[in-house]
Design a protein around this ligand. Structure first.
Ligand SMILES: Nc1nc2c(ncn2[C@@H]2O[C@H](COP(=O)(O)OP(=O)(O)OP(=O)(O)O)[C@@H](O)[C@H]2O)c(=O)[nH]1
Length: 199
């Protein structure tokens, strides 16, 4: 791999997770029209896993074709709940509506990652986590949103698990990094297997 790994994402936490794991990273956000891609896939009845994978691939492909000499990582995360796919809340009211619906119930986060090399996909993985949300009181929810909106506005589900979002949950079945937005352990294993990073 020509270091650093190119991260085709604007997600600061994804960049931080890779840097914290000792992987040198260069972020080049892909800026694809996620809403359009998600809407057309939903209209075709694509399952959430395929939607996350297709969006991750679209981002990796856009940057990977521009930099065929680099290893490029595209990512996407969707929230699946009772047959619906949630994206990032567009405003505080939508975040409130989403959390009201998730309250007292279980939802799934799917974090897809696709690696491109020589302008071709060489690896992909979709990490899945199931989260059980407590029943959230209205007064606390209002306070939570006002206190945290600036931080959670770019987070699927309207929460950051590593911050106050932890208080929304009674149980999480799956990998912490996958909740934050990246199937990190599977990616690191692959990069180590390929010899891109020592291990
Ligand atoms: N810090 C943090 N971020 C979270 C958490 N849950 C979801 N996210 C973020 O929510 C965002 C999901 O939206 P995506 O469309 O996958 O990614 P994005 O932030 O728009 O960035 P791109 O990859 O450029 O599309 C990602 O940035 C995730 O890292 C969490 O618990 N903590």
């Amino acid at each position: 791999m020509t270091l650093p790994l190119v991260l085709a994402s604007a997600s600061e936490i994804r960049r931080q997770m890779l840097l914290n794991a000792g992987v040198s990273v260069e972020a080049i956000p892909a800026r694809v029209d996620e809403a359009a891609i998600r809407a057309s896939l939903c209209a075709e009845g694509a399952p959430p896993r395929d939607i996350a994978d297709a969006l991750a691939e679209a981002k990796a492909r856009k940057i990977g074709e521009r930099h065929p000499e680099r290893l490029v990582l595209g990512c996407d995360q969707v929230l699946a709940f009772k047959g619906e796919v949630f994206g990032k809340p567009i405003d505080l009211d939508e975040a409130r509506a989403q959390i009201r619906r998730l309250s007292g119930d279980r939802h799934t986060l799917l974090s897809a990652a696709v690696l491109y090399c020589d302008a071709k996909p060489v690896w992909r993985h979709v990490g899945i986590v199931r989260l059980t949300m407590r029943t959230i009181g209205e007064a606390y929810l209002d306070d939570y949103l006002v206190r945290n909106w600036d931080s959670i506005r770019h987070s699927v589900g309207g929460y950051k698990l590593e911050q106050e979002g932890a208080r929304l949950f009674s149980r999480i079945e799956g990998d912490y990094f996958t909740v934050l937005g990246l199937p990190l352990l599977e990616l690191l294993s692959y990069l180590t297997l390929r010899g891109d990073i020592p291990g």
